[in-house]
Design a protein. Structure first.
Ligand code: ADP
Ligand code: ASP
Ligand code: MG
Length: 467
């Protein structure tokens, strides 16, 4: 089989974990052709994001501190996962030269006094550049013929949407089939940086947080892989986040649209956009546990015969959101208010996660990411207030979204009532409700402090812990 194996930061957090990954690749490469996609080591992208904030304040002490921690982490993991002194030295030298490059980049940005989305992408792409050095070294150390590539070297070309770049699939497919495909038949294991790619002119871009999953399915589509494995630290896509509900259960099979619905609504184990190239090219995606590869997992595929199962299959919690309410008696029967809101948000780059409008039309509620709240309220006040129809724009920033997902909800009655009852029994008040016309999900907004209890109540109501 041709398999893309993507290992997330959670699978690469220590020398033991890196050794575990190399052993997996060694075992599977005997009978399969493998391309490995590596994320940054656990915590590294967050540290780079902090650095991209610190350059704005020019706080050199904190910058030096972060850089030292990055150096220590990569050096220690390399030393403890690679035995051959020649390979180890080579990796350590490369790590220090890449970190020097990062330091020079940060100094350059500080002296310019401005960080752009383009330079931010360059900074946060260093995590994957460093991790492939360590992983490739560890693979070579146990006799695997591994060769490292950046996303751009492998052939992933994107547009210039820095921070959330979109692959240009035709050119990308052509390039990847030329760079990686020939290596596979020679028994070489390409190790590709997840998350980072480049524009047509060679500027580094990133695919959005968690985007290594997207890299894996882009490569899978390009080489017509039999399967793309997303290897993480839990047994596949589960009925809810096992960190909230320890008795969460693995969902063995999902259609692309159900999986998409789950990931859009907070199932972090897979990046939502990763499903695009997979669905388009009918590539199966398996979400597996790196630490329990033979344990239960989730297969996401085009199989139409997927058992529908329970009406509600999973429940997710989306944190760090805020609700904006726009009200005014003058909004009734006045066309174009919603359009104005969407237009204002689009111009400011504010993504809307949920919308609901009452039948009376006197109120529109929207859910957005919390870090966009101030900008959202400011721009709405400027564009809507004082014109006679809208007289209030207010916000709640202590809320969360609970999303209940399942294809069995389509056309089945009473699901919403069961969700509301389950919450009412726990005394949890619902602030806003939305159901997509796909009927694959119901989303509700509640106070943040009640979120975990709400997830548990819904998980229990629909008996998600049993098949
Ligand atoms: P990686 O570093 O492997 O990319 P992530 O942290 O991005 O890992 O995603 C894995 C995490 O997603 C799990 O540890 C789990 O806590 C979380 N998660 C949230 N919802 C779900 C769900 N429904 N099923 C499985 N995992 C989930
Ligand atoms: N390292 C990147 C992140 O933390 C990409 C990924 O993990 O998939 O967002
Ligand atoms: Mg991830």
């Amino acid at each position: 089989m041709k398999i893309i194996m993507k290992f997330g930061g959670t699978s690469l957090g220590s020398a033991d974990k890196v050794r575990n990954v190399s052993k997996i690749v060694k075992d599977y490469s005997v009978n399969n052709q493998i391309i490995l996609v590596a994320s940054a080591l656990s915590g590294v992208t967050n540290s780079l994001v902090r650095l991209s904030e610190l350059v704005k304040t020019s706080n050199s002490e904190k910058i030096v501190n972060e850089l030292e921690k990055l150096s220590e982490l990569h050096t220690n993991i390399s030393k403890n996962s690679i035995k051959d002194p020649n390979i180890e030295n080579e990796v350590l030298e490369s790590i220090s030269s890449i970190l020097d490059e990062l330091k020079r980049l940060l100094e350059g940005i500080i002296s310019l006094g401005e960080i752009t989305p383009r330079s931010r992408d360059r900074i946060i792409s260093f995590g994957e550049r460093l991790s492939v050095l360590v992983v490739t070294g560890a693979l070579k150390d146990i006799g695997i013929n591994a060769k490292k590539f950046t996303g751009a070297e492998a052939g992933i070309v994107t547009d210039e949407e820095y921070g959330e770049a979109n692959p240009l699939m035709s050119i990308t497919k052509m390039k990847i089939s030329k760079t990686l495909q020939p290596l596979l038949s020679k028994g070489i294991v390409p190790v590709v940086t997840g998350f980072m790619a480049a524009t047509q002119t060679g500027d580094i871009t990133t695919l959005g947080r968690g985007g290594s999953d997207f890299t894996a399915t882009i490569l899978g589509a390009a080489i017509s892989a039999d399967e793309v494995w997303i290897c993480t630290d839990v047994n596949g896509m589960m009925t809810t986040d096992p960190k909230i509900m320890p008795n969460a259960r693995t969902i063995p099979q999902l259609s692309y649209s159900e999986a998409l619905e789950m990931t859009v609504f907070g199932a972090k184990a897979l990046h939502p956009r990763a499903l695009e190239p997979a669905q388009e090219n009918k590539i199966s995606v398996r979400v597996k546990n790196t630490f329990n590869l033979s344990g239960s997992d989730t297969l996401i595929s085009n199989d139409q015969s997927i058992v529908r199962g329970k009406v509600a299959k999973s429940v997710a919690l989306i944190k760090d959101v805020a609700m904006v309410n726009i009200g005014g008696a003058g909004m009734v029967g006045k066309p174009g208010i919603a359009a104005k809101v969407f237009d204002t948000f689009a111009r400011e780059g504010i993504n809307i996660l949920m919308i609901s409008q009452s039948v009376s039309e006197a109120n529109i509620s929207l859910v957005i990411r919390r870090n966009h709240l101030e900008k959202a309220v400011n721009t709405l006040e400027i564009s809507l207030l004082g014109r006679g129809f809208v007289n209030s724009v207010n916000a709640e920033d202590d809320v969360g979204v609970i999303a209940v997902v399942g294809a069995g909800m389509q056309g089945s009655q009473g699901v919403a009532a069961r969700v509301f009852n389950a919450l009412a029994k726990k005394g949890i008040n619902i602030r806003m409700i939305a159901q997509g016309s796909s009927e694959l999900n119901i989303s509700i907004v509640i106070k943040e402090k009640n979120c975990e209890n709400a997830v548990k109540a819904i998980h229990e109501e629909f008996e998600m812990d049993t098949p």
